[in-house]
Write a protein that binds this ligand. Structure first.
Ligand code: ADE
Ligand code: ZN
Length: 319
């Protein structure tokens, strides 16, 4: 539920697409790109991430990006993916919204047919851009309403509080979009309160800084608000020093509906199963902990209720 499709662009594919599109990269090789993936914080990552998205120009590029992700996810046992995309990272460069969404959509259909992965697409507004630009992006999305399950909020968090986007989230709600938002990754617990109360977000992406606010933990527990936690991301972006310092285990012990996600797997050292392995090694996750996060994930998803029950039953019988 927390995978940015642009963050699944592996350097090999970045070079391949750059080559066919005649785009010069600032890295001499795949190895040099990988060595540059050493980040001080969220912004230093975002600079590299937006730079890489420049190679994506044509519908085929968005198809190939998404198809490569789905193959990776499938190989790691993913059955259903709710995928973010950042249209403004492309429309700001002159790529049409239609090009982006059509390429991704075609791959998602093939993913369902050929790999058996179901999926939903979530449009994220870039919070370092204005609320007016977000509203314009929502307008561009309306012809594709049936392809997009919800809206989210991502990019530079600190200095860009959720409340600034209240009107666009309200408008999205009028069109039936589900609402999620990144909050409490680098930003304070206050941003999580705003995402819940002002944006009416039904899931919080990251949310790890909730642990600094006992009243907020109580609210999140009481309402079982899902948190899409991304352990390897938090270490790579230095939210926590190492996996053994990560609060995920404490979050589960506090009764929170925490899930495990990969965020930007091409940059952070792996896909969802790599995150699961990391919390097994670093936090001593048990079989019961894994059962719980898997159950939380299906409960938190936007899968329709009948299919959700079927998957939860399958999960229960597996365990
Ligand atoms: N865009 C891509 N990955 C992100 C993250 N982890 N936080 C905020 N915006 C993002
Ligand atoms: Zn994210």
């Amino acid at each position: 539920m927390h995978i940015h499709i642009e963050g699944s662009l592996e350097p090999e594919l970045m070079f391949e697409i750059a080559g066919r599109n005649g785009i010069a990269l600032k890295y001499a090789s795949v190895e040099e790109a990988r060595r540059a993936y050493d980040f001080a914080d969220l912004q230093s990552f975002l600079d590299v991430y937006y730079e890489a998205t420049r190679v994506l120009l044509h519908e085929r590029d968005f198809y190939d990006l998404t198809w490569a992700y789905l193959n990776k996810a499938s190989a790691q046992g993913v059955r259903h993916a709710e995928i973010f995309f950042d249209p403004q990272a492309h429309t700001d460069r002159g790529v049409a919204f239609e090009t982006v969404v059509t390429g991704i959509r075609r791959a998602l259909i093939d993913g369902e047919r050929r790999l058996g992965i179901s999926s939903h697409l979530i449009l994220c507004f870039l919070r370092h851009l204005s609320a007016e630009e977000a509203m314009e992006t929502l307008r561009q999305a309306l012809p594709y309403r049936d392809w997009i399950v919800g809206v989210g909020l991502d990019s530079t968090e600190v200095g860009h509080p959720p409340t600034e986007f209240e009107a666009v989230f309200e408008e999205a709600g009028r069109h039936g979009f589900r609402k999620v938002a990144h909050a409490g990754e680098e930003g304070p617990p206050e941003y999580i309160w705003q995402a819940l109360d002002d944006l009416k977000a039904v899931r919080i992406d990251h949310g790890v800084r909730c642990m600094e606010d006992p009243r907020l933990v109580e609210r999140l527990r009481e309402e079982q608000v899902p948190l899409t936690v991304c352990p390897l991301s938090n270490v790579k972006l230095r939210v926590f020093r190492s996996i053994d310092q990560h609060p995920l285990k404490r979050m589960l012990e506090a009764g929170l509906c925490a899930t495990v996600n990969s965020d930007d797997p091409a940059y952070f050292g792996g896909y969802v199963a790599d995150n699961l392995q990391a919390i097994k090694d670093g936090l001593g996750f048990t079989r019961e902990d894994f059962r719980k996060v898997a159950e939380n994930s299906f409960r938190a998803s936007f899968i329709d209720e009948a299919e959700k029950e079927r998957l939860l039953n399958e999960l229960a019988s597996y365990f």
